[in-house]
Write a new protein. Sequence first.
Length: 239
Amino acid sequence: MQTKTTAAALCLILGAAISGCAVTDDGADTRSVDDTRTADQLLGDATRTMRALTSLTIDMQVGSEGNGYSSHFTTDLKRRCTLKATWSRRGAALEQIRIGETDYIHPGGTYLEMWGRKTVPAMRQKPWLKSPVSAALGADNLVDCAWQFPSYKGATKGDPTELGGKPVIPVKVKDDEISDGMYTFYVAAEGKPYIVRIDHQEPPYLRITKFSGFNNRFTIQPPAAVDVLDLSKLPSDAP
């Protein structure tokens, strides 16, 4: 799971761009989740399973309709990822492609107003901006291809239920860093113990993170060079 965010940061984050997936699960094993395991053991197995993945798709929603953030993110969990994000209240949109040490950024006009760096008119003349990863600022709201799945203790296991017609076991963990904060992990009850969804209650916000595309193959290509403005080649005093 991504590291904890504060309520103030929830209004600015981001999502994915171009992927191109071919579904190929990595030989799901057929055993069901062992109900005799404790909640901590079950969550530990699920966390280790997620850390071993080589690719993943993550869909996130924060807040509510009309005043929220949503993103779609596909990643190899290392150096290649794509993201598409929207902020409903401000109408901002962003696409990002990260390949190695290079970001390709497709900003909407409103997003450029939120941009954490200097803007120049030339940045509106090309659909994509090219920038080294090392130049990214927090205010740019660009994502890292890695995704953290921390370990948790003190979990409690709920009754088996279903998500999308598939059996899952909910596991709750109190968020000690936020008053009334709570994580609910939904662990697949058949096959490998993937975490398929995490609900994070961070009053007054609810962040819903859904996981899919476990170990799917995907390809990422940079935008066509003709559509790209390389920000590193702009003069520092460019108008």
